[in-house]
Write a protein that binds this ligand. Structure first.
Ligand SMILES: O=C(O)CCC(=O)C(=O)O
Ligand SMILES: [Fe+2]
Length: 312
């Protein structure tokens, strides 16, 4: 694909009348056909991005013992540091592959709503485990907050693309249970094992993912028919994709596309940040077209069910 789809959020937000309707239609077409796009005009403060890159770089540069200080305390704890050999994303689809060639640090919502249920408290509202690095927590939290704002704006654009009122999703995303994941794919030397990738083929679980790939470090690919198509990693842009929950919500009008991060011999190290937006724990997700394509699910338990299959 020579022209990977892109969308300018600020241009959409400032457009009116027919111009706005045209952009909404384009967004719908992108979400129907590929479910991935490069997002420009995002308005996120560049300082917030610089600071989180700095913090994440420092975190992964630590020795394994220091990183292990924030490993999940038990199997199934949703946050913390996952070292090499900890996850194979292709297992979410029942494929038995070698572990992904990566390490990650994962964190959850910045605050716990007063009305959170016991089952939510026991999963997505478990505390994020903070590394003992000055500046890490404020940088992480500022970036997480920026992603929450950006996701809200994207969901407004999504509502318009689905010909719904702009604030249609607002009652279901007031206390999103999103997760932020920093990824480090170490430089590769020899050939990977058969079937081994930096991130195995998978689709994301939630409503939408806001990915920040390290500029100039390609490797993310989306499946289109029998081909793997490279996703660009430009400066000053995010990559947005539709997750399984949004595909279900739209009764498969929109697609949650398989993607992977390919492993090849002699690759440089690569970093990325993935914010997985997920509606409120109790949000009822029923097909928006009023059909019975899927039975309704609650956002939180749905996510919990999806979460289980990828551990090694
Ligand atoms: O690192 C990337 O570019 C993509 C990572 C990804 O797809 C994921 O963690 O779900
Ligand atoms: Fe993904």
């Amino acid at each position: 694909m020579t022209n990977f789809p892109s969308f300018d959020l600020t241009a959409f937000e400032t457009a009116t009348g027919e111009a706005r309707a045209g952009l909404a239609l384009r967004l719908d077409e992108i979400c129907r056909s590929i479910g991935f796009l490069v997002l420009r005009g995002h308005g996120v403060d560049p300082q917030v991005i610089d600071d989180v890159w700095q913090a994440v770089g420092e975190f992964f540069a630590q020795d394994p013992d220091a990183k292990g200080q924030v490993a999940p305390p038990y199997q199934g704890y949703p946050y913390g540091y996952l070292g090499p050999n900890a996850e194979a994303l292709a297992r979410s689809r029942g494929e038995d592959t070698p572990p992904d060639l990566k390490e990650s640090f994962n964190g959850g919502p910045l605050s716990v709503p007063a009305q959170a249920s016991a089952e939510a408290l026991d999963f997505c509202y478990k505390p994020t485990l903070w590394p003992d690095l000055p500046g890490f927590r404020p940088a992480w939290e500022a970036y997480y907050a920026a992603m929450e704002d950006l996701a809200e704006r994207i969901m407004r654009a999504f509502a318009a693309a689905l010909q719904l009122p702009d604030d249609f999703f607002a009652p279901m995303i007031g206390h999103p249970i999103s997760a932020l994941r920093a990824l480090h794919y170490p430089a590769t030397l020899g050939a990977p094992e058969v079937g081994q990738q930096r991130a195995g083929a998978h689709s994301d679980y939630g409503s939408l993912t806001i990915l920040l790939p390290q500029p100039g470090r390609p490797g993310l690919q989306v499946q289109q028919g029998s081909a793997w198509v490279d996703v660009p990693a430009p400066q000053d842009a995010f990559v947005i994709n539709i997750g399984d929950l949004m595909a279900r919500w739209t009764a498969d009008r929109w697609v949650s596309t398989l993607h992977r991060v390919v492993a090849q011999p002699g690759q440089k190290a690569r970093f990325s940040l993935a914010y997985f937006h997920q509606p409120d724990w109790d949000a009822n997700i029923a097909p928006l077209d009023g059909s019975t394509a899927y039975p309704p699910v609650r956002s939180g338990p749905y996510l919990m069910g999806k979460f289980k299959a990828t551990g090694v």
